[in-house]
Every structure is written in structure tokens, then in C-alpha cells.
Design a protein around this ligand. Structure first.
Ligand SMILES: [Zn+2]
Length: 613
């Protein structure tokens, strides 16, 4: 599947923040985020409160402020929300004013390049959206400092592992200013960093480590891997090394093969944790993997990266929040039948890691998850290298930009991924000819663009003259399919959505305070079902329902699949999680019809099932 030679010779570039806007259900989803934990944290979480050292106080002064701003800025811009924009401006203003003559910035006590790398990313977005003239000279001074001082005051710990994120901002400034001197800072950043290219080429992490022999390594850390996936691409851009380019596809292949999950995620709790569907994946890894894929699809134009991006955005991301986004998990599990305080078979996470709440296990995700939805929406459309546009991921959205010197607006009207059609409506300069590349997912079953057959797993070129009011119909028919998992179980997918058993949920507050307490979630209905399948096929009755917010809740599931199933009496909870998926011969109860709902809707769920014929 992951083959660099099959990748098209094409690249895209991100549009400036603000060019792509959410519409329809995605607009509502971003509003849910803004009204949820994201909007409440400054008042209810001291680490992002007025005492943050990133606002001049003496509180948290490391990565949490920058993480939050890196997501707050695009959320505020995409929603055009004045209140959120003025909040973002407060953090940005303090940061810009904190810079000393030598280029240093941030809290006085800060002596670590890593939080600065995050804040630099937030500043690039701010400059794109607002045109703030302070950002370019600020970053120039900072990168001169890096070039000058990093050789004697080197990166350490996280900054070494996450060097590619620093490089992205240097590349951004280089594109904007054309200052070739920045290549020295880029080379120094590359020199300071871990070689993710070599890691993914060798990839010794082929199983979950035994507790007794586990030793911390930046190379096995789940978030570092999610971020490191883009590092070979950045290395290739800096050096031109062909083996670095090829390591990109190798990264996905290795992580899928040894740690992959049905959603396209890989496990890590907190280190790479193997193939069992009861291992956890940290929320930071979900949003960072998405950000890496947004970079990869731009750099290499491989439509498969778009397929994977949608799979994470529409399954793994919403699954790990309560429906109104007031609580999040640290670790999510594909087979997650019980969320409570209990020691689980994590590599080294704490017993509260799968609670839904304010900061279960550790507060990094509380600060970092905000970038997930808004950066995804901002990346749905990109500029193509033939001076046209590309629709790299599907979802209700609109793009407004200039193409070949003339203003264009395209809107994607759709309820994707819950429906299979997208109507593109054009407004803007008339009799305007430019290429539009439309991603056709690999799973599409007989896709068409304006009635013309399109190739699954490709970018379909629409090279035509546009007139205001024109529309184009994109059809991406979704067939319900069964995927055999390494556990021996099966998963059910339809289009970009993974389906899970709907389990009755009881939410109990276990600690903390309103409005952001921590919840355990207990099952109120049986979960130990096997599915009746016929090889790669399953007999499913699909019901499409009206989209009602909150979209990612078991009650409001916008699409439901009814399938035949039977209880497996011997399949029980072991150490707080569903036991291993039964395979071979197992006892079965009588046949009944069960409901599967999108993985993102099911906060308790079974996703890898035993099967019978
Ligand atoms: Zn985290």
C-alpha cells in the first residue's frame, strides 16, 4: 500500500490561514469545540490562566501556553470569532513584546528551544491570517539566534526529537522573505535533530516492550513518532536525500504493521504498544499525526495520505472527546468497553488514562489538542503546483483565494463523511480556466466527477472553464467492507468511517469540579459480540439519519449499520479492558441484530470483533 514509487510527481502548498472556511456540520463542530473545553480552559485551568508565564505571570512557562495558542489561533480565525481572536492576540502580543535584542523570547526562566518551536508555528499562522508586520522580523531575529547559539547551547530532549517542527517555521520564513541566510539555521536545526529517517528504515520497535525491560527512548515515544512521520520529508527538502523521501512511506508501513489500528492510528501508551485493540493512543499523537499528514500530502501529493488524514479526523479525533467536547481522554482504545480508574496493560501510562476529563494522566493533551479540527479544515483545500487548486480532503467547506490572478470561490456542499456526494459550487471570475485536482479515495466504489468515471486512489483532474454559478457533482460511493485485523478479529468500514458496536453508556463524575470534571464511563449493555461475516463481506442494513448536533454521540449517529451478531459468553473483561479477541472455536449465543455506529460516535465500543460464518 505505502509505495513511494506510486506517488504522483505533484505537490501542493497550503493556502494562507483564513482562505479555507468550515461550512455546514464542520462549522458547527468547530463551534462545539469553541464552546467546549477550549473556550473554558483560560478560566478553569491554571496552566492556561492569567498567571501563565507566557502572559507574564509566574505559572506554567514551558510548552502548555504555546500548544494552546497553536490551536487557538486557527480556531479563532476559522470561526471569525472576535472574542477568541482577542484572546489569541493577548498571548501573541505578550510573546512578541518579550523578545530581547539578541532574539530570545518567552518567559525569563525558559531555557529550552522546544516551546519556542511551538510558539514559532503559532506565530506563522497568526501572520498569515492577520498580516501582523511584527512577526517576520521577530522570527528573523530568533532564527539568527538559533544559528548563532545552538552549536554551543544545543537542543535537548524534546527539541532534539521534534526538530522538524522548528524547521517548518524556518522554511515558512524563507518562502516569505527569500532570505537565503535562513538555510544556515535550517541546516543547524537538522544537524541538532534525531534521524527519523534512520529510525523508520531500521524500525526495531516491532512489539510492545516488556515492562521489566522498558527504558525511556525518544524514538519509541508515541507523540514523537506522530511528529517524526513528517521529519523525513523535511529532511528531504533540506538535503535532497532520496532515501529520506522514501522513508516517509516506510514510516507509515512500519507503524501500521507493528502498531496499527483500524482507524489508521497506531498505539502508544505512552510508548509504541503493539497491535492489540486494547492498547491506548494518546490524544497528542492523534492531532500530531494529522498535522504530519497535512504536511505530507502537500509535499508529495500522494492521495493515500489524504485517505489516512480523513480516517483520523473522522474517527480517532472525535472518539476521544465527549460529544460536546467538554472532556477528553489521554488514551483511547479501539476496543474500549470500560473507562474508569484501573491499572491497564499500558506500557507506562497511569490508571486514569482513559477517563474523560480535564487532564487525565497528564495535561499535555489538554493544551495540545486544540489544533486538530481547525488545522484539518484549513488543509482541506490547497494550491496545486500547476497554479490551480486541489481538494485534498472532503468535508463541508469553502475556499476563497486568487488563482492565476483572478478571485475564485469554491464551496464544497456536503454531509461527507456521513454521505457520499459532494457538490462543488463556483463563484468568482467568469470564463476562468484553471486546473482543479479532486482527491478520489482508494475505497470509493465506482466514483464519478460530473458523471465521468474517476480512478479510486488518485487525484482526478478537472481542467475546465468556470463561470459563476457552475456546479460539479462528485460521487464517492461507499460500500460496507470488512477488514481482517492482526488480532484475528474483523472491523467494519464504510467510506472513511470505521464502525463500532454501540454500547449503552453511563457517565459518572469521579473527581474534579464543574464545568470540567472527570468522568468514568460504564457499559449498561452487553458488548461481547461476534459478527456474522462472509469472508470480506458483511450483510449490513444502512440507515442514514438527519445530522443533529452533537454529531459524534451514540444517540445522534448520522449513519447506523445493522448487522447480524451473536454473544460470545467466554469473552470478558481482563484487567479493565476487553480480553483478547476470541479466534478459532468459541461458544456462541443466539443470533440477533445489533447496531454499529461510527467509531467517533461511540465512546464505549468494540471495533475489532470475533467473526463467524
Ligand atoms: Zn498529550
Amino acid at each position: 500500500m505505502w509505495n513511494p514509487d506510486a506517488s504522483p510527481d505533484r505537490s501542493f502548498s497550503p493556502l494562507p490561514l483564513g482562505s479555507v472556511r468550515p461550512r455546514g456540520w464542520l462549522l458547527r463542530q468547530l463551534r462545539i469545540q469553541a464552546n467546549g473545553q477550549t473556550g473554558l480552559l483560560e478560566r478553569h485551568w491554571p496552566d492556561l490562566g492569567p498567571n501563565s508565564a507566557w502572559l507574564g505571570g509566574d505559572g506554567e512557562g514551558w510548552e502548555r501556553g504555546p500548544y494552546y495558542v497553536d490551536g487557538l489561533v486557527p480556531l479563532a480565525v476559522l470561526l471569525q470569532d472576535g472574542e477568541l481572536l482577542s484572546r489569541a492576540e493577548r498571548w501573541i502580543d505578550w510573546t512578541l513584546k518579550s523578545q530581547s535584542a539578541d532574539g530570545r523570547f518567552g518567559p525569563d526562566k525558559l531555557d529550552d528551544w522546544w516551546p519556542m518551536a511551538i510558539m514559532a508555528k503559532a506565530l506563522t499562522q497568526w501572520a498569515e491570517a492577520t498580516g501582523d508586520p511584527r512577526v517576520e522580523p521577530f522570527l528573523s531575529r530568533f532564527f539568527e539566534l538559533l544559528e548563532r547559539e545552538a552549536p554551543s547551547r544545543p537542543f535537548h530532549a524534546w527539541a532534539i526529537a521534534r526538530w522538524a517542527d522548528m524547521a517548518l517555521s524556518i522554511q515558512w520564513l524563507l518562502r516569505r522573505t527569500g532570505d537565503e541566510g535562513l538555510r544556515r539555521a535550517l541546516a543547524e536545526t537538522h544537524r541538532q535533530g534525531l534521524s527519523w529517517t534512520q529510525w523508520f528504515q531500521w524500525f526495531p520497535a516491532t512489539a510492545k516492550p516488556a515492562k521489566e525491560t522498558f527504558r525511556f527512548s525518544h524514538f519509541t515515544h508515541v507523540v514523537n513518532n506522530a511528529m517524526g512521520i513528517k521529519a523525513p520529508a523535511v529532511e528531504w527538502e533540506i538535503t535532497g536525500w532520496e532515501f529520506a523521501r522514501a522513508a516517509t512511506w516506510q514510516a507509515l508501513e512500519m507503524l501500521d504493521r507493528y502498531h496499527g489500528q483500524a482507524t489508521g492510528l497506531f498505539t502508544g501508551d505512552e510508548h509504541l504498544a503493539g497491535l492489540q485493540p486494547t492498547q491506548g493512543t494518546e490524544l497528542c499523537a492523534v492531532v500530531e499525526y494529522m498535522f504530519s499528514l497535512e504536511k505530507l500530502i502537500a509535499t508529495f501529493g500522494d492521495p493515500l495520505f489524504g485517505d489516512r488524514l480523513e480516517s483520523l479526523a473522522y474517527n480517532a479525533l472525535p472518539a476521544t472527546f465527549d460529544p460536546w467536547m467538554r472532556a477528553h481522554q489521554y488514551d483511547q482504545q479501539a476496543n474500549q468497553v470500560l473507562c474508569d480508574i484501573h491499572p491497564r496493560a499500558w506500557v507506562n501510562n497511569e490508571p486514569d488514562s482513559n477517563l474523560f476529563g480535564l487532564e487525565p494522566n497528564f495535561g499535555c493533551c489538554t493544551a495540545n489538542y486544540h489544533q486538530g479540527w481547525p488545522k484539518f479544515v484549513a488543509s482541506l483545500w490547497m494550491r496545486s503546483d500547476d497554479d490551480g487548486l486541489a481538494l485534498v480532503a472532503h468535508g463541508p467547506s469553502a475556499v476563497e483565494t486568487t488563482v492565476r490572478g483572478r478571485a475564485v470561490r469554491l464551496e464544497a456542499e456536503t454531509e461527507y463523511p456521513f454521505r457520499d456526494s459532494v457538490t462543488l459550487r463556483y463563484a468568482g471570475a467568469s470564463q476562468h480556466r484553471f486546473p482543479l485536482w479532486i482527491r478520489i479515495p482508494a475505497w470509493a466504489d465506482g466514483p464519478t466527477v460530473d458523471g465521468v468515471p474517476a480512478e479510486p486512489g488518485s487525484f482526478h483532474l478537472l481542467d475546465r472553464e468556470w463561470r459563476s454559478g457552475d456546479s460539479v457533482e462528485v460521487r464517492l460511493p461507499m460500500r460496507t467492507r470488512v477488514e481482517r485485523r492482526p488480532s484475528g478479529g474483523v472491523s467494519v468500514l464504510r467510506g472513511p468511517l470505521v464502525f463500532s458496536l454501540r454500547i449503552g453508556e453511563r457517565w459518572n463524575v469521579v473527581r474534579g469540579q464543574e464545568p470540567l470534571p472527570d468522568y468514568e464511563v460504564l457499559p449498561t449493555t452487553p458488548w461481547n459480540y461476534a459478527l456474522r461475516t462472509d469472508g470480506e463481506r458483511i450483510d449490513a442494513t444502512i440507515e442514514e439519519r438527519d445530522l443533529v448536533a452533537p454529531f459524534f454521540s451514540p444517540e445522534n449517529a448520522p449513519v447506523v449499520a445493522r448487522v447480524q451478531a451473536a454473544r460470545v459468553p467466554g469473552w470478558e473483561v481482563v484487567d479493565g479492558s476487553a480480553g483478547p479477541v476470541p479466534t478459532g472455536c468459541f461458544e456462541l449465543g443466539s443470533s440477533e441484530t445489533v447496531e454499529l455506529v461510527p467509531y467517533g460516535c461511540a465512546k464505549l465500543r468494540v471495533t475489532e470483533f470475533p467473526s463467524y460464518g
